[in-house]
Design a protein around this ligand. Structure first.
Ligand code: SAM
Ligand code: SF4
Length: 330
């Protein structure tokens, strides 16, 4: 076993795999209304290729957690089968899914049967009109049904990820938390990051972690949770004495790059050692030209060694990556 170590002492054990860059929502902080130029089908890894590369990561490189994301991973036809095959790797990794939950009501039971451990569902509001304004689609009921199906299928603890945007839903943090607490979903707020395809992110307009915390504290008593944060990016609080909790992920204002244990594989087979990386390593070309598992593993190790110490969003020289979040895999 060769660890995915970098020059700063970090070791990646958590692999995020984007299964498609396509999506059926158009969240304003992620994509333009008209969508993007999707990857041509032949550039996207096949199911066999995904399972082979994840196998290299798990069996040779010490990856212990695999999260499928996108784009919208539920749009990937082979998803249930991919999950089942990844769970059969040895040692079996933890497998989770980050999803907008459209269609999850139909597939949650099959995913659980395939061995999926947990889901994170993205939901920024529980008001239908705000949901439609953010996602540009009137599909809130489908998300709510997907969340319920995930819990019923045992895909818990079900986590909800929310992004707040000024003047859109930043007045709704307490009500979203109430809604999640009432249903036993673990809510985490994530600071908006400069990863939208339209390059519309504005540091000054971003709702900061401190502002999110203040908005919640106007309605609840938050107490920092005692367990050490480790490489988990969320700062966790118990709400009104518990047992409910809420997390705040200050990716921009209090970066946690020094504790990062992540590595990413895009839908077209590129390794990215950071969300904000400006370079990628092409495993698909190597794989399709006949590389052995050992050669793929060696390429992957080299790709990780070059990981930078931090994302540098606050540096004057910061450049947003060429690919948007939906194409990297959030
Ligand atoms: N479509 C799935 C979903 O929405 O959960 C998976 C992919 S999506 C890119 C993954 C996560 O990234 C979502 O929780 C979404 O809210 C988040 N995200 C997208 N763009 C973002 C941005 N600019 N800043 C912060 N989070 C973002
Ligand atoms: Fe789609 Fe997820 Fe991006 Fe929203 S955040 S547009 S659901 S990929």
């Amino acid at each position: 076993m060769q660890p995915l170590a970098d020059r700063y002492g970090r070791v990646a054990t958590d692999l995020r795999v984007s299964l498609t860059d396509r999506c059926n929502l158009r969240c304003t902080y992620c994509m333009p209304a008209e969508g993007l130029d999707w990857l041509p089908g032949e550039e996207v890894l096949t199911d066999d290729e995904v399972v082979r590369l994840v196998g290299v990561a798990v069996e040779r490189l010490g990856v212990r957690e695999v999260r499928f994301t996108g784009g919208e991973p539920l749009l990937r036809r082979g998803l249930v089968d991919i999950v089942a095959r990844v769970k059969r790797l040895a040692p079996a990794p933890e497998v989770s899914l980050t999803t907008n939950a459209l269609g999850l009501a139909r597939t949650a039971a099959a995913l659980a049967a395939a061995g999926l451990d947990r889901v994170n569902v993205s939901l920024d509001t529980v008001r239908p009109e705000t949901f439609a304004a953010i996602t540009r689609r009137a599909r809130l009921d489908d998300v709510v049904a997907g969340l319920e199906a995930a819990r019923a299928a045992g895909l818990g603890p079900v986590k909800v990820n929310a992004v707040l945007m000024r003047g859109v839903n930043d007045d709704q943090a307490p009500e979203l938390l109430r809604w999640c607490l009432d249903r036993g979903y673990e809510l985490r707020f994530i600071e908006q990051m400069p990863l939208d395809a339209q390059h519309g992110w504005d540091r000054g307009a971003m709702v900061t972690a401190d502002q999110i915390q203040a908005a919640l504290e106007a309605a609840y008593t938050l107490t920092p949770a005692v367990e050490p944060r480790g490489s988990a990016p969320a700062e966790l609080f118990t709400v009104d004495g518990g047992p409910g909790t809420v997390g705040i992920i200050a990716s921009v204002s209090r970066p946690f790059c020094g504790d990062c244990d992540r590595v990413r594989l895009t839908a077209d087979g590129q390794v990215r050692n950071c969300l904000f990386a400006r370079e990628e390593s092409d495993l698909r070309a190597a794989l399709r030209s006949g590389a052995s598992d050992a050669e793929l593993a060696a390429r992957w190790v080299t790709a990780m060694a070059g990981k930078l110490p931090g994302h540098g969003i606050d540096d004057p020289t910061f450049l947003q990556p060429d690919r948007p979040m939906s194409a990297i895999g959030g």
